[in-house]
Ligand binder design. Structure first.
Ligand code: SF4
Length: 436
């Protein structure tokens, strides 16, 4: 379907408003980079907006982009309603990010005109081109990773998978619209499929050294002192399959980075955490030789083996302990992430996790971060209700905090979860009924 010329470039020079928040600021720069590489950004007025929009600010033909996780839906819903109240014509509300990728039903009902599913480099370019050739009427639907794109400029592109790999390498999180540069995504997708996690698992990609070198060159040009990266399982960078580590590849990456003389080279901390079952003496020795971080972050997630099995984590509490021992022996403190409030969690289960944390805290140099479970769209637990922790359980967690053993991030997560479900029950009760 094409509506070429019918509307006479109705979106050219219109405002493209990126709604930037603390939780999506890592993802927008790469999309802007896509448009910059194809000179599409000159055709619009690009705006980074850090505050919610008010109806009186909205203009005809505004295109407003959101990227968000499930727990932020109450705020997004309020903003979309406010935008619609302006009553302006041809306003496009566009969504992407992990919630939209996992579930488009609710966001359709919230009034999103266009939704980007999965990784959006390829489709975001297509979107920009369609806006310009007035083809936009034909993309009033969900745009997936496998959409057909006219690849005039690229040779050797045969399949959408090839194209996705090429585009992953081609674009960098660097844009003229933002002075800061977010960490570089070096690994995309994860094969583990842990039940609470919405990281796509169907394809795992690694950024090439050529692309990484290009990025480091750009950081140097900007006098940036710090290098860090995004990876769902950093010690599996380059791995052919789960746990088949490719330490040579990690060493080559770190060696190259260090030789570029950056002041801080970080690896194995947020946002490139380490799975416990990938911690080896050899791997830690390599990290110690190159990185400037004094600790690594390991996802432990539970102190109960039955839960770890149910979550499909693929490791045990014993492996968590072994990983800490190896990391400590190689000179790293360990930051551990745990989740509490899992579906059907009993007070006994919570108590066992707390006891596990206390025990390892006595033996090793660690710091623990506690998060509260919130269901994420697209995950196996997408429609599971959290177990809101009873007072007795909260006392145990508060004592961990008072003793300086565990940070209390779970408190904010719990407030967020309560707010999400209250909003859902009041606003979309039929949707709320899907949770159990
Ligand atoms: S929690 Fe980590 S290891 Fe598990 S699926 Fe998600 S990214 Fe992969």
């Amino acid at each position: 379907v094409t509506h070429k010329n019918k509307y006479n470039n109705q979106y050219k020079n219109k405002r493209i408003i990126f709604r930037v928040t603390s939780y999506n600021r890592l993802s927008f720069p790469v999309l802007l980079n896509v448009w910059e590489q194809h000179h599409l950004h000159h055709e619009f007025e690009i705006i980074r907006r850090e505050e919610p929009l008010h109806r009186e600010e909205i203009r005809d033909g505004d295109i407003i982009l959101f990227s968000f996780m499930t727990c932020f839906l109450p705020d997004i819903d309020a903003e979309v309603r406010e935008i619609r109240r302006a009553g302006k014509k041809r306003v496009l509300v566009v969504g992407g990010g992990s919630h939209v990728t996992g579930d488009q039903d609710l966001t359709h009902r919230m009034g999103f005109d266009i939704q980007f599913l999965g990784y959006a480099e390829t489709s975001f370019r297509q979107f920009g081109e369609h806006l310009l050739d007035d083809h936009i009427q034909s993309v009033y639907h969900d745009i997936g990773e496998d959409e057909n794109v006219d690849e005039k400029g690229d040779e050797n592109v045969e399949t959408s998978a090839n194209r996705e790999a090429l585009d992953f390498d081609r674009y960098l999180p660097i844009t003229v619209f933002q002075a800061t540069v977010p960490p570089l995504e070096i690994m995309r997708g994860c094969r583990w499929m842990c039940k609470y996690c919405s990281t796509p698992s169907h394809r795992v990609r690694y950024r090439s050294m050529e692309s990484i070198a290009r990025h480091l060159g750009e950081l140097k040009k900007r006098n940036m002192a710090r290098v860090n990266c995004i990876s769902p399982s950093s010690m599996e960078f380059g791995a052919a399959s789960n746990r088949r580590l490719n330490l040579e590849k990690i060493e080559a990456l770190l060696d190259y980075t260090v030789r570029q003389r950056f002041r801080f080279v970080e690896y194995g901390i947020f946002p490139s955490e380490v799975r416990p079952d990938t911690v080896t003496a050899e791997g830690m020795a390599i990290l110690k030789r190159y990185v400037t971080n004094k600790y690594i972050t390991i996802g432990a997630q539970s102190g109960v083996n039955r839960r770890l099995k149910e979550l499909r984590r693929g490791h045990s509490t014993e492996e968590v302990e072994m990983a800490i021992e190896i990391a400590n022996a190689n000179g790293f403190r360990v930051h551990l992430d745990f989740i509490v409030g899992y579906p059907d969690e009993t007070l006994d289960e919570l108590t066992t996790t707390v006891e596990f944390i206390k025990a390892i805290n006595k033996k090793y140099r660690i710091r623990t971060h506690l998060h509260h479970f919130i269901p994420l769209a697209g995950s196996a637990y997408a429609f599971r209700l959290p177990t809101f922790i009873p007072e007795k359980g909260k006392d145990l967690l508060r004592k961990l905090k008072t003793a300086g053993i565990a940070a209390g991030g779970w408190v904010e997560n719990e407030i967020q979860a309560l707010r999400f479900f209250k909003w859902l029950k009041n606003t979309y009760p039929d949707y709320y009924d899907r949770y159990h």
